[in-house]
Design a protein around this ligand. Structure first.
Ligand code: UTP
Length: 295
């Protein structure tokens, strides 16, 4: 069984839910406390042992490339001033040379299409996909992607991250069909997937969160996938094909899922992550308590 060494990060979206903030600024570069949203996913992948990063970019996303590269003037300045902590914070997230790749999705044809754009770079090996909108924060400090990689090695199938959502949110997500009696302590043997179903048609409340481990056979499924919901080539539709031929397991999230894809989620994520910082926590709690929420 081949080791998972590569991660794909699709960042070609327009981020229309954040306009006007995202008119020129990629939504992945909006800061949650002290780092851009995308850095959380890259740090999670590095900590899980991922060695190569493949970004699917588009128009106006050059700041992402600059963020994951050296800024020699700034590094020199910080070194001279002996500000080593800050120096470490800007260098430790840079993948080794030759280990970071950018490909452009020139037409925004959906998440499935963005993943398909990486076929030549990924090649014939399993790979991870991380959606940077989703910050995954593990309460017990176990790295979620690492947990998924362990499940992939144990089961030998593709793996997706899942968590239960409330009824009102079912229509916003790809939803898992768990069948009957397919639950283990940290996993579900998936029977099928449906993208953004109505509540009536939803096979469960288990939603797909933005982390995946794929067999390279997903590319054949993507090739055969026609535009679906929103006229986009949906990754979920290709996954529904892969379940039938290969099987699929879902890894149950043991931690916090912070959806930074819209304004409310982004503000909540900012508060949540600020509360995780010991030097900010008391200040933020004091501030929230001081607010008059009746007005
Ligand atoms: P979203 O559905 O959140 O779309 O994409 P978006 O364009 O980023 O944001 P809104 O809805 O306009 O506000 C989910 C993920 O898939 C990527 C996005 O960059 C995001 O990481 N994506 C989506 C692509 O890379 N290409 C696409 O064609 C669509």
């Amino acid at each position: 069984m081949k080791k998972v060494r590569k991660a794909v990060l699709p960042v070609a979206g327009w981020g229309t839910r954040f306009l006007p903030a995202t008119k020129v600024m990629p939504k992945e570069m909006l800061a949650v406390v002290d780092r851009p949203v995308i850095q959380y996913a890259v740090e999670e992948a590095l900590a899980a042992g991922i060695e190569e990063f493949i970004f699917v970019t588009g128009r106006g996303k050059q700041t992402i490339e600059n963020h994951f590269d050296h800024n020699f003037e700034l590094e020199h300045l910080l070194r001279e001033k002996n500000r080593l902590e800050e120096l470490e914070s800007i260098t430790r997230i840079i993948p080794d040379e030759g280990k970071i790749f950018y490909t452009r999705q020139s037409q925004r044809r959906g998440l499935g299409h963005a993943v398909l754009c990486t076929r030549e770079i990924v090649g014939d090996e399993p790979f991870a996909v991380l959606l940077p909108d989703d910050i995954i924060w593990s309460k017990n400090k176990k790295n979620t992607l690492k947990g998924m990689l362990d499940l992939y090695e144990e089961k030998g199938t593709s793996v997706v991250l899942t968590s239960r959502v409330i009824d009102e949110n079912v229509t916003r997500y790809g939803i898992i069909d768990p069948g009957v009696n397919q639950f283990e302590h940290n996993a579900i043997k998936v029977q099928g997937f449906v993208e953004k179903p109505t509540l009536k048609d939803a096979p469960s409340n288990y939603a797909i969160m933005g982390r995946y481990i794929f067999s390279p056979r997903i590319f054949d499924c993507l090739e055969k996938t026609k535009p679906g919901a929103g006229q986009e080539i949906q990754l979920t539709d290709a996954m529904a094909k892969l379940v039938k031929s290969d099987g699929f397991n879902a890894y149950l999230l043991d931690g916090e899922h912070l959806d930074c894809g819209d304004k409310a989620g982004y503000v909540k994520a900012t508060i949540y992550m600020a509360l995780q910082k010991p030097h900010l926590r008391d200040d933020i709690i004091e501030y929230i308590k001081s607010l008059d929420l009746t007005k």
